[in-house]
Write a protein that binds this ligand. Structure first.
Ligand SMILES: Cc1cc2nc3c(=O)[nH]c(=O)nc-3n(C[C@H](O)[C@H](O)[C@H](O)COP(=O)(O)OP(=O)(O)OC[C@H]3O[C@@H](n4cnc5c(N)ncnc54)[C@H](O)[C@@H]3O)c2cc1C
Length: 443
C-alpha cells in the first residue's frame, strides 16, 4: 500500500459531525481523509437551488440552532479560521397559530398560565406537572422519564393531551410516550442540556419564572450552508476530502484499519464514522451485543415544504417561527412548524418553510394535507405562491427517545462514532457538535 494512502485518521461521512471532526482533528495537526458518498458535503446541513426553480434557494429542512451562547458550536468556534464562523441572527419568539390568529408561545410559567389556547383548568394542572418535573429533575438529576408518565393524563382534556403530544413531536420527533422529560424541558428553555451539579440545577428552576426565552437560538445568515462552508473554508492543508466516494468496508488487523471504497483502499489507526450508527455493522464487523443494541435507535421522518412567495406577506412579519395548533385531529400531524426565511428568497420575494413529522408510507397524503392546512390558515399564501419544493428526510439519525444511545468510543479500539445518534443532548446540529466535543475528549 503506498504511503500517500495512509492517514492519522479517516472520517467516514461529510455531514456536519464528520466535517467538524475533520476540522478539529486536522487543526490539531493530524493528517485527515474525509470520505463522503454524495456529491456534496454537508449531509443534512446544506442549502441548494431546487432543480425546477432557478434563483430560489432552500435549506435541508427549517433550522433554529440551539445553545448558541455557550453550547458546542461556540466551544468549537476557535477551530474556525478568522472570519469563517457563521453569523447568526437571533431567532426570537415562537408563536401558536390558531384558527383566530397568532398567540405568543410563553417562556415562563406565569406566561403559560395566561395562554388562551388551553382551558383554564388544564393550564393549572399542567403547570403543576411542569413544576414537579423541573423540581424533581433539579433534585434527583437526569432521570429518564417519559413525558406521558409525568402529565396528569386522567385529569387533562383530550385537546390538551394532543397539545402535549404535538409539542413532544416538535421537540423530539416522537410521541409523548417516547419523549424524555429532559428533552421536553430543555426544548421549552426551562433547563439546559449540559451536565450540572445539584446547586446549578436548583438555581435553574428559577427559569420557570424568569426565562430569557429563546435568546440562545439563531439562524445562520446566508442559510444553513454557511455553517458547512465555514468549516470547509477553515480546513488546514492536512485535511483532504473526497466527494462521491462511498465507504463500503472497514477492516481491522494488527497494523490498523483498512477503509475501502470502489476507488481505493486507505489506511489509518483511527476511523471516525459519522454515518448512521445502525448501518455500521453492515460495513465492518462489530460485537453482536453492540450491533443488537444500536438496532433500538429510532428514527423519525420529516416532511418540509418550502413555499416561495411572489412578495413578502405581512402574516410572516416577525423574526421567529410558529407552530400550528388545533388545526387537524391526527396526533403527530398536529404539529406543523413554520419559519419564514427571507434571506434565502430572491430579492423582493418571500420564503417560508413548513415541517412536520410524517408516516413515511403516507407522504403523498401528508403533502396534500399540509398544503391545504397552510392555505386554510393563511389564505394569502395560496394567492402568492410561486415555488413549491418538498423534502422528505430524517432530521436526526436517531430521535431522542428513552432508549439506549451508543457512546462515542465503540468496542473496537480506534473506531469512534459521532453524530446525532451518539449524543442525547439538545437537538440537530447542536447535538452533532456535542458528539464532536465528546470525540475530542475520548481521543
Ligand atoms: C426537517 C429538518 C429540520 C431540522 N431542524 C433542525 C433545527 O431546527 N435545528 C438543528 O440544530 N438541526 C435541525 N435539523 C437536523 C440537522 O440538520 C441534522 O441533525 C444534522 O445536520 C445531522 O448531522 P450529522 O453529521 O450527524 O448527520 P448527516 O447530516 O446525516 O451526515 C452524515 C453523512 O454521512 C454520509 N455517509 C453515510 N454513510 C456513508 C458511507 N458509508 N460512506 C461515505 N459517506 C457516508 C452521508 O451521505 C451524510 O452526508 C433538521 C433536519 C431536518 C431534516
Amino acid at each position: 500500500m503506498p504511503d500517500h494512502n495512509t492517514y492519522d485518521a479517516i472520517v467516514v461521512g461529510g455531514g456536519i459531525s464528520g466535517l467538524l471532526s475533520a476540522l478539529t482533528l486536522g487543526k490539531k495537526g493530524n493528517s485527515i481523509l474525509l470520505l463522503e458518498k454524495n456529491n456534496a458535503l454537508g449531509g443534512n446541513c446544506r442549502t441548494y437551488e431546487p432543480e425546477d426553480y432557478p434563483g430560489w434557494r432552500v435549506d435541508t429542512g427549517i433550522h433554529a440552532i440551539t445553545d448558541l451562547i455557550y453550547g458546542p458550536l461556540r466551544q468549537l468556534e476557535h477551530y474556525f479560521d478568522p472570519g469563517k464562523f457563521p453569523t447568526f441572527r437571533r431567532h426570537n419568539d415562537y408563536y401558536l397559530r390558531k384558527k383566530d390568529g397568532l398567540e405568543k408561545f410563553p417562556s415562563t410559567l406565569p406566561g403559560f398560565l395566561k395562554m388562551n389556547a388551553l382551558p383554564a383548568k388544564d393550564k393549572v394542572i399542567l403547570a403543576g406537572d411542569l413544576m414537579n418535573s423541573v423540581i424533581s429533575r433539579a433534585i434527583f438529576g437526569e432521570k429518564q422519564k417519559a413525558v406521558y408518565d409525568v402529565v396528569s393524563k386522567h385529569r387533562l382534556s383530550k385537546k390538551t393531551m394532543q397539545f402535549v403530544n404535538a409539542l413532544s413531536y416538535l421537540l423530539s420527533g416522537l410521541s409523548m410516550e417516547k419523549t424524555s422529560v429532559s428533552r421536553f424541558l430543555e426544548g421549552c428553555g426551562f433547563s439546559s442540556s449540559g451536565k450540572r451539579g445539584m446547586i446549578r440545577r436548583i438555581a435553574e428552576t428559577m427559569k420557570l419564572f424568569n426565562n430569557s426565552g429563546y435568546r440562545s437560538q439563531g439562524y445562520p445568515l446566508g442559510g444553513i450552508q454557511s455553517i458547512t462552508d465555514g468549516v470547509i473554508a477553515s480546513f488546514p492543508k492536512n485535511v483532504e476530502y473526497h466527494k462521491s466516494e462511498e465507504v463500503q468496508k472497514i477492516e481491522k488487523d494488527e497494523s490498523g484499519f483498512c477503509v475501502s471504497t470502489p476507488e481505493a483502499d486507505y489506511l489509518s489507526d483511527k476511523v471516525i464514522y459519522s454515518g448512521e450508527v445502525k448501518k455500521l455493522p453492515g460495513i465492518t464487523e462489530m460485537p453482536v451485543e453492540w450491533s443488537q443494541q444500536v438496532k433500538q435507535l429510532e428514527q423519525a421522518t420529516a416532511m418540509t415544504i418550502w413555499l416561495g412567495l411572489k412578495e413578502p406577506i405581512p402574516e410572516f412579519n416577525y423574526n421567529g417561527s410558529e407552530v400550528f395548533y388545533d388545526v387537524c385531529d391526527i396526533d403527530k400531524e398536529l404539529f406543523y412548524w413554520l419559519m419564514p426565511v427571507p434571506e434565502l428568497a430572491p430579492r423582493n420575494k418571500g420564503l417560508v418553510g413548513v415541517s412536520t413529522i410524517v408516516d413515511p408510507k403516507k407522504c403523498h397524503d401528508s403533502e396534500e394535507k399540509l398544503l391545504n392546512t397552510i392555505y386554510s390558515l393563511v389564505p394569502a399564501i395560496e394567492k402568492n405562491i410561486e415555488m413549491i419544493h418538498t423534502q422528505v428526510m430524517a432530521p436526526e439519525k436517531a430521535a431522542v427517545s428513552l432508549n439506549y444511545f451508543p457512546s462515542i468510543k465503540t468496542p473496537v479500539d480506534g473506531l469512534y462514532v459521532v453524530g446525532t445518534d451518539t449524543d442525547m443532548r439538545s437537538m440537530g446540529i447542536t447535538r452533532a457538535g456535542y458528539s464532536v466535543l465528546e470525540l475530542l475528549k475520548s481521543l
